[in-house]
Ligand binder design. Sequence first.
Ligand code: ADE
Length: 352
Amino acid sequence: MSSPISSVLRKGLFQGKVAIVTGGATGIGSAITKELLFLGCDVVIAARKADRLSTAAAELNRRFPAENKKDRVLPVVCNIRKEDEVKHLMQRTLEHFGKIDYLVNNGGGQFPSPASDISLKGWNAVIETNLTGTFLMCREAYASWFGEHGGAIVNIIADFFKGFPFMSYVLRCFLVTYSALAMAPPKRSSPYHAYMKDHGGAIVTIVTDMWKGWAMMSHSGAARAGVDNLTKSLSIEWANHGIRINAVAPGSSIFSETAAANYGDPQLFQKAIPRIPAKRLGNPEEISATVCFLLSPAAAFITGETVKIDGAASLYAQSHWEVPDHNKMPAYSWKNEEEANRDDDGAPKKAK
Ligand code: ADE
């Protein structure tokens, strides 16, 4: 029997709306896709892996059959790091559904490494996936529809619950930020602009919990802090296009079957609980509920905000990274300064 799908929001709230969800086939992205469908929204799910996408789309189309001939779930292969693929994603969405109301940028990823060992290639890959990819999605959603037509975009920027089996220790940090953007319309010359500028839009971005820095994940922390700031900038810049932009920060304490399968050890999640004031793990539906809220008219006056969804873990937990004992940071004092300026006999050092 398939698992239940529901929402605290009114069924039909998003009837006639169209959303793009990157990474929408698995984990948190899958929960968001399902809740949007439940609320009446048609959804384009985008990711790099065609097989996973088409399997998920086929299953969801069976569960949420269309009233007309068009499938309610459209899978589109897209690497968000590639500008032409992002443009193609917007184009396919407009061809199939004729508009875009919401964008949820959830695709992303990283690998753990001491900063000193990160190659330029590795650094660029993480920045491109988590920050540049989100920027491209926002820009192209704006250019193709939101700028002109208004609407809503949810950018969920990479979570680490997918496909990093060697990252088990990362579960002990609490790092996922989401941002929500809502967008509206300006007028420009391309066919895309012609659409977007009238509809506006909304964007929700998911960033990680990098609030106190992110040891061993400096590239990802920097990218996610960048997304948090991008969210703020765009909320100001695009306000006059009717675009709201917000972020959601789930933290790393969100349990999902996908994540558990990736890590192969459910106990890793349990070990996080003492560090969470709520004294339990969160779940993908709790992220999805906030994303849907931020896209909905209930959040009509919320923009440029990042909502943490982590049971207060980011306020409470210390860094997952233990700093080894050392004496490499001697204190500064006038006494030390004076001593440093005297020779071994105590006489003032002569100026050279
Ligand atoms: N998920 C993780 N990395 C991605 C990428 N580059 N494009 C789309 N989805 C992704």
